[in-house]
Design a protein. Structure first.
Length: 304
């Protein structure tokens, strides 16, 4: 009787062992600082995976476990060592990145010593509980090798071959913003407008000063000095005329160069269909240099 009972017990234990799932260790999913609303997502998603796989959640993330083993978690031999240390026939780890406050991207890696390593990315949304339910549903194919209708492949994303659904991808496309760094054909850049307006204003001011100095010169020529007092009156007037002539010459030169360069830029932008500022690293400098009896303008340009 005792012998029969022992045999029956051994048969039951053997059957239970055959039906038991491989021992699985789920390492806590790592995530950046998440908003308070979904701050508990890493812990909740890790526990949901462990419950679904009949395993347990490790106390340390995979990086810390590998660090204790003195190896790199990217290496297969390291993952085999970690699996052995935790006496696990399968380990699961991953990371979480935030799409927005109600959507997360979860990258899961399943490693079975042998080795067999698979990685997929899934997008989940909603409350933390809803995210956990979605992750269990979506990640089923990662652990049983099958593919469900709710988990179609994404041929455009090699890092997310199965996880993202069409609805998720459509939302991602809606979030994308295309920025045109070049203005449309015919549009004039702000820099060109500054050169045109500034150059024209400087040229107008310079012509005004030159005209004023010319009028002062006529006044000086009209005066016929007869004594020392008359000569003393002429000196300030001549100095005033010379000063206005120098200022007018400088402003006119600056205006001509600035206006001319602005016109060149305008023609280039009109013909090329885009601002010449984009991708340009040309440095230009216009420097007034005082010389004997006046001033000179030095235009320098540094090509990339």
């Amino acid at each position: 009787m005792k012998r029969a009972l022992l045999i029956a017990t051994m048969v039951c234990l053997g059957a239970s062992s055959a039906l038991a799932k491989p021992s699985t260790t789920v390492f806590p999913l790592t995530a950046p600082n998440l908003p308070m609303k979904i701050a508990s997502a890493p812990e909740a998603l890790s526990k949901a995976l462990a419950d679904e796989l009949g395993g347990q959640v490790a106390k340390l993330p995979i990086d810390d476990a590998a660090g204790l083993a003195g190896c790199d978690p990217e290496a297969t031999t390291c993952l085999e060592t970690v699996s052995k240390n935790y006496k696990s026939k399968r380990i699961v780890f991953g990371s979480i990145s935030m799409v927005d406050e109600s959507r997360l991207k979860v990258t899961l890696t399943r490693f079975d010593p042998g080795p067999d390593r698979q990685q997929r990315t899934f997008t989940v949304e909603g409350t933390v509980d809803e995210m956990a339910d979605q992750l269990i549903k979506l990640s089923g194919s990662l652990f049983d090798g099958s593919r469900s209708d709710d988990d179609p492949p994404d041929p455009d994303d090699p890092e997310d071959p199965i996880g993202s659904t069409k609805k998720d991808k459509d939302k991602d496309k809606d979030d994308e913003k295309i920025v045109d760094v070049n203005p449309p054909k015919g549009e004039v850049s702000a820099t060109t407008i500054v050169f045109l307006v500034g150059g024209g204003a400087s040229l107008a001011a310079g012509v005004g000063f030159l005209y004023s100095s010319n009028q002062i010169a006529k006044e000086v020529q009209a005066i016929k000095p007869k004594n020392d007092e008359d000569f003393k009156k002429l000196i300030p007037l001549e100095n005033k005329g010379a000063q206005r002539q120098m200022i007018g010459t400088i402003l006119t030169g600056v205006g001509v160069v600035g206006l001319g360069y602005g016109i060149i830029r305008l023609l280039q932008e009109r013909s090329s269909g885009g601002s010449s500022e984009s991708g340009s690293s040309v440095s230009r400098r216009l420097t007034p240099v005082p010389v004997e009896g006046g001033a000179a303008l030095v235009f320098s340009m540094e090509l990339p």
